[in-house]
Design a protein. Structure first.
Length: 112
């Protein structure tokens, strides 16, 4: 994955990724570290500490979903949507949300 691609997934500038990779650069924030883990399918603990396995399998990923998220995910389609949503930058998340809300509103209007 290129610096530009990772930056887009995490929602930062490419230069931020470059700084993270530099031996004299700054470390990513916890929020950005979470974004890196989601974008790369790496385990957060491994990224933060270097301990444990570097990547997670699908079953382990499903086991690690927070209880609040698990209540929202009841199909593979919803899980794929949630994973994709979390992997894109904030601007893309807002655009996707607006599109889905517009589609839902249109459907509500057709029911009336």
């Amino acid at each position: 994955m290129s610096q530009q691609q990772l930056a887009r997934h995490v929602g930062v500038q490419r230069s931020a990724v470059s700084h993270w990779e530099s031996s004299q650069g700054k470390s990513p924030t916890l929020a950005n570290m979470r974004g890196i883990a989601a974008a790369t399918q790496a385990r957060f603990e491994w990224l933060a500490t270097g301990r444990g396995a570097p990547s997670i399998g699908r079953d382990e990923h499903l086991d690690g979903i927070a209880a609040a998220d698990a209540l929202l995910v009841d199909s593979d389609i919803e899980l794929r949507l949630l994973q994709a949503f979390r992997s894109v930058a904030l601007r893309a998340q807002l655009n996707a949300l607006e599109l889905l809300e517009a589609l839902a509103e249109r459907k509500r209007q057709h029911r009336v």
